[in-house]
Design a protein around this ligand. Structure first.
Ligand SMILES: [Zn+2]
Length: 491
């Protein structure tokens, strides 16, 4: 059991957790948003972040502080908490991002960790190598080796109560990400950022982001707190959380505001294009789009940044509530409809449904079937696995209609798309209480047929008859030949 992180609630791969940050003497509830503070630019002051937005944790770049003489002196003298007037936890990044952008930096892992400790950081970061996507495997492996050496070095640096990040790299090779996760997990380090995903997000490759995170998660222990480094757009938080990420950092709220971009959970809008403000935060209730446009540049940037933060924090709260209520995947499904690339992300997430199933609670509220992707949710996979363990009689009628008489069959089981067959006694248990649309789609029928196949293949001795309501040939093809078929719509 990892001491600094405790999981309280789960839904799919998502969880509500408690991250204990001993040096700040606080516990941060996750999923959490870390606003990024540029030590040289104060769009919204850290104090205001805490008081007005409820920020419990923020992140700043120790390399920028290290390289800016007057800021470095102040940070060393007063400490980050006093300098920023921020009562919560402060995470510091190392300069790896600058390394990726500019090719070199003039600080070592020991120096930057000692510096981070000296300025009062609560969670520090070694200098890892953020390998970009799509590089050769050889380069990804070489750079990963260097990152792993740095993590081992970081373990030996005396950092007192400061927690230390162990970034997980490996480019777009899921098996390298998995190996990197396993190595990082075996160190004595504390928090696990999945690194170098920003280029993927900039190109809207949410499906690749999901595969990369899934790889890292397979290597990391279930109790490892995971930070999706550089993911600041609220549109993708639900997806990231469902995959098992706990921490997100946003520079986007300020960067986007600088060029008049307005964040929503369904994507980014340009202030110029808005006739109405689709938000109920204090800024959007106080101003009309015209009034915002007429503000002085600095003021407009500040108001837009505040709106962007309100939207971002609201989405984190919405996600936590969805985990508590057990409908996180319905939220992801809704968000997936905002952009085709988000839909790709959701479909990629469902490719890992077996992995998500391990942490998905056995019982929740009600399963809502809201898109044909719902047929691939972890609950369906779990039900199909369960079919292998149920005991069956010699002759069995699986039916979408009324049960048959005892003289004809030993038992009649219900068939419900997308789950497939189950004994009537299970009708009231999750997820078989699902709300499904009356107009069933092909994916749900296919999943139901796969359930029938699973049951029949596990029980070769049982004589099975399937009563279906007009399933098409392409669906019936998935059912083994030895199953007798009755089309109930013919009756
Ligand atoms: Zn707003």
């Amino acid at each position: 059991m990892r001491e600094c992180f405790e999981i309280r609630d789960t839904d799919a791969g998502g969880r509500i957790g408690q991250l204990s940050v001993p040096r700040a003497d606080i516990t941060v509830e996750t999923p959490a948003l870390l606003p990024v503070i540029n030590p040289n630019i104060d769009t919204i002051s850290p104090r205001r972040l805490a008081e007005e937005f409820g920020a419990e944790i923020l992140i700043t770049n120790s390399y920028i502080i290290y390289g800016t003489d007057d800021v470095r002196e102040r940070a060393l003298e007063d400490g980050l908490h006093e300098m920023f007037e921020f009562p919560g936890a402060i995470v510091t990044d190392s300069g790896s991002f600058q390394l990726a952008e500019y090719g070199e930096i003039d600080v070592t892992t020991e120096e930057i960790l000692e510096f981070q400790h000296a300025i009062g950081s609560d969670i520090g970061t070694p200098v890892d190598i953020p390998t970009p996507p799509d590089v050769s495997r050889e380069r990804a492996e070489d750079e990963l080796e260097t990152t792993q050496e740095r993590l081992e070095l970081a373990e030996t640096v005396e950092t007192g109560e400061m927690l230390v990040n162990a970034p997980v790299q490996g480019s777009t090779y899921p098996d390298l990400r998995e190996a990197a996760g396993r190595h990082a997990d075996a160190t004595a380090l504390d928090v696990f950022p999945v690194g170098a995903v920003v280029p993927l997000m900039n190109e809207y490759r949410y499906d690749d982001v999901v595969d990369v995170v899934a790889g890292a998660k397979r290597g990391l222990g279930a109790d490892a707190p995971v930070h999706l480094f550089g993911a600041g757009h609220p549109m993708m938080f639900a997806l990231g959380v469902a995959m098992g990420c706990d921490l997100f950092d946003s520079a986007a709220y300020a960067l986007y505001a600088r060029d008049d971009r307005y964040l929503t959970v369904r994507g980014t809008r340009h202030l110029e294009d808005l006739d109405y403000l689709p938000c109920s935060c204090p800024i959007c209730t106080d101003f009309s789009p015209d009034e915002l446009r007429m503000l002085e540049d600095d003021r407009r940037e500040e108001e837009l940044a505040a709106h962007n933060l309100h939207v971002t924090f609201a989405e984190i709260r919405r996600i936590k509530q969805a985990i508590r209520a057990g409908n996180l995947l319905e939220l992801v499904e809704g968000r997936a409809r905002s952009h085709p690339t988000m839909l790709d992300g959701y479909r990629a997430l469902l490719d890992h449904a077996g992995q998500l199933e391990r942490t998905d609670p056995v019982s929740k509220g009600t399963f809502f079937y809201t898109s044909h992707e719902s047929a691939r949710r972890p609950e369906v996979i779990r039900h199909h696995r369960r079919l292998e363990r149920l005991s069956v009689p010699d002759s069995l009628f699986l039916t979408e209609g009324e049960p048959a008489s005892r003289e004809t069959f030993d038992e009649s089981w219900r068939v419900e798309p997308p789950f497939g067959p189950f004994p009537r006694a299970l009708s009231r248990s999750y997820p078989l209480t699902a709300e499904v649309p009356g107009r069933t789609d092909r994916s749900a029928l296919r999943a139901a047929a796969d359930g029938v196949r699973r049951l029949v293949e596990t029980n070769p001795e049982t004589a099975v008859t399937l009563g279906h309501r007009g399933w098409p040939e392409s669906v019936l093809d998935r059912v083994p030949d030895r199953v007798a078929l009755v089309d109930l719509t013919d009756e």
